[in-house]
Design a protein around this ligand. Structure first.
Ligand SMILES: Nc1ncnc2c1ncn2[C@@H]1O[C@H](COP(=O)(O)OP(=O)(O)OP(=O)(O)O)[C@@H](O)[C@H]1O
Length: 620
């Protein structure tokens, strides 16, 4: 199974490279999620997510109601503040009236505070629960997807689906949505109140403010575009520094210092150019904002003063008017930001739904295998053909036919890339064959429930993958309900108990990430213990190529021999010395079976691949 694990490493590496190169852009783009066009179709898709909110619908509605009340009461402030000023300037200067309004304002503030507290609490509760169930759904689905899905994806990318895309939804449901609704209420209600306050001034205000806000938004987009460009250029320049310093030996050995200096000079000049361009826009933007916003306010107040002088407007109303205009202006400006977040959320939703729409494998959560699905250990390959979905034009296996009797030991040998690991993947039904079939007990593999098949097979891979927990957890992975006694018995059978016992924490020793705190031989024996505990009908061994010292190799080999007793076993053999005892050796080359027989039989084939391979190995 080496090939698959190599793929895994490669994708991890490429994922981390891509994270490194986008790291510096992360300041303006907190998540790597590209925005999606806010089309009707994408809104419709997002609506599908509402099924996760549905159980909390009543609570969510209460939150919405509170949001409406607080947003509407927001609109009362400018009016009350204006009244306050008017009362101060009125002929019948009544302190009681002034205090009355003051108290009303304090009451309003208190109500806003209390309702705001409950609203946020409600939204957070609903969102957290909804997202937890969405996270679970996506993960549950992801882990059940077939191998072919994972071949074309990067591990890092899938991880970000569950972390950043869902965080984006969280932000949208807790704050963005509320912001959006509040802004709409303030804009609509605010404009209505403006008209009510002074129709004349409203016409003037509506003629200027929206234009300014829209222009400011457009300006902002241009500036953002340039700063993003500058950021990615800075990242490219940094890559030059990083790579050349890491590979300094190569730079010097090839006397390429001047070549690299020119490369770096070129990149940094580009950064400077983009920076200057951004600066020019920034300057113009700032000047425009000062002129535009203050200009509009000055114009409105000037006009208002004229109206006051003509006795057509109360001073307090002018204050209310200016405050309403500021509220509206801020909401319109905020709306652009909210729109951008909503677009990104639509993108994130699409990604999540894409995963949820992928057909999953039919896996059942049952350890019980019904009697008719019990495997006898008899396997036959009938004209099996296969190519990987990611590279369909390459025939990895062609016309593979051979039989394995129950409890036999069969070895797969052949040069690297011959297709040995692929045969094992097909046996585990990680992929469906392109042609031919595999049958167990004379019945087509496709007729067995997937979980029943896999639960009766175990694999001891070449590169043992251990989870970061304890030795106990890692062994029990073969049978999660195992008792301590069973785990110890399995460890003993796998020749692992002796070294486990020597650790001060015994079975509870933490193995470190991917088991790095254990030696290669120790890791393998843990994997063997895992397989012992599973007690499979069919055992698959991918022999380790990395040389273990002869002591641990003997222990591993001995453990494997014990494990193979009384079950069908298929061994991917890299060292021919270990397969001499095999009942049958299948020799593969370029996806085809070229020879098959016992060790003795194959040695008699003059010019045969097995004979030449074994001569090569034994003369070295
Ligand atoms: N995930 C994959 N996607 C596409 N092609 C693959 C994939 N895995 C393996 N292959 C290709 O399939 C062929 C057979 O690979 P396989 O891993 O089965 O060979 P192997 O005999 O087990 O080799 P080794 O002894 O080096 O492990 C190779 O040509 C390989 O490039």
């Amino acid at each position: 199974m080496k090939q698959h694990q190599d793929n895994g490493h490669a994708s991890n590496a490429s994922a981390s490279i891509s994270t490194a190169s986008t790291a510096s852009t992360a300041t303006t783009e907190p998540t790597g999620t590209p925005a999606s066009k806010a089309t009707k179709a994408s809104f419709k898709k997002t609506f599908r997510l509402y099924k996760y909110i549905r159980p909390y619908w009543p609570m969510f509605s209460v939150g919405m109601l509170l949001l409406f009340i607080t947003s509407l009461s927001n609109l009362a402030f400018p009016r009350l503040l204006g009244d306050l000023v008017d009362k101060g300037g009125a002929h019948t200067k009544s302190i009681t009236d002034i205090n009355h309004i003051g108290l009303l304002l304090v009451g309003l503030l208190l109500i806003q505070g209390i309702l705001g507290y409950f609203r946020i609490n409600i939204f957070v509760r609903v969102t957290e629960r909804t997202l937890a169930s969405l996270r679970q759904q996506v993960y549950n689905h992801l882990i059940r997807l077939p191998m072919s899905f994972f071949l074309n994806r990067r591990v890092g990318e899938l991880g970000s689906r569950i972390s950043s895309d869902i965080s984006l939804l969280q932000e949208t449901f807790t704050t963005t949505l509320a912001e959006f609704i509040r802004q709409v209420i303030i804009i609509v209600g605010g404009v209505a109140l403006l008209i009510h306050t002074s129709p004349q001034l409203t016409v003037m205000m509506l003629g200027t403010l929206p234009v300014i806000v829209i222009l400011a938004w457009l300006f902002g987009r241009v500036v953002r575009k340039y700063s993003r460009q500058a950021q990615s250029q800075v990242a490219e320049a940094n890559t030059i520094v990083e790579e050349t310093l890491q590979g300094i030996l190569n730079v010097k050995a090839f006397a390429n210092e001047f070549f690299e200096m020119r490369r770096y000079q070129h990149k940094t000049s580009e950064v400077a150019k983009t920076g200057i361009k951004t600066g020019t826009y920034r300057g113009a933007f700032a000047a425009f904002m000062i002129l535009g916003v203050f200009g509009a306010i000055v114009a409105v107040i000037w006009r208002g003063a004229v109206l006051i002088a003509m006795g057509e407007l109360q001073p307090g109303l002018l204050i209310s008017f200016v405050l309403y205009s500021t509220f509206i202006g801020a909401s319109v400006a905020g709306l652009a930001e909210v729109y951008a977040t909503i677009q990104k959320t639509l993108g994130a939703t699409e990604h999540l739904l894409e995963i949820l729409d992928e057909p999953a494998e039919l896996i059942t959560d049952s350890a019980l295998v019904s009697p008719e699905d019990h495997l006898s250990g008899e396997i036959s390959f009938n004209h099996l053909a296969f190519s990987y979905p990611s590279r369909e034009d390459l025939n990895v296996l062609q016309d593979i036919s051979f039989d394995i009797e129950a409890d036999q030991q069969v070895a797969l040998v052949g040069p690297s890339g011959a297709g040995k690991s692929t045969i094992v993947s097909l046996l585990l039904r990680l992929y469906d064959p392109a042609g031919g079939s595999i049958s167990f007990n004379g019945r087509d593999a496709a007729d067995f429930p997937l979980s029943a098949l896999r639960s009766q097979m175990a694999i001891v891979p070449q590169d043992v993958f251990l989870f970061g927990g304890t030795i106990r957890e890692n062994i029990a992975y073969g049978k999660p309900a195992a008792t301590t006694d069973e785990i110890i018995a399995a460890a003993k059978k796998a020749n692992a108990w002796e070294f486990i016992q020597r650790f001060p924490e015994g079975l509870d020793t933490v193995v470190g990430e991917r088991g790095i705190q254990l030696s290669g031989g120790q890791r393998q024996r843990i994997a063997i213990a895992r397989a012992v505990l599973k007690d499979p009908r069919i055992l698959i061994l991918d022999e380790a190529t990395s040389a273990l010292d002869s002591e641990s190799e003997k222990l591993v080999q001995d453990a494997l021999e014990k494990l193979m007793e009384g079950r069908t076993s298929i061994v991917i053999a890299h060292r021919l010395s270990t397969v001499r005892q095999a009942d049958k050796i299948i020799v593969l080359d370029k996806g085809r079976i070229v020879e098959q027989g016992t060790h003795q039989e194959l040695l008699t084939v003059d010019g045969g691949l097995y004979k030449s391979l074994s001569e090569m190995q034994f003369t070295h």
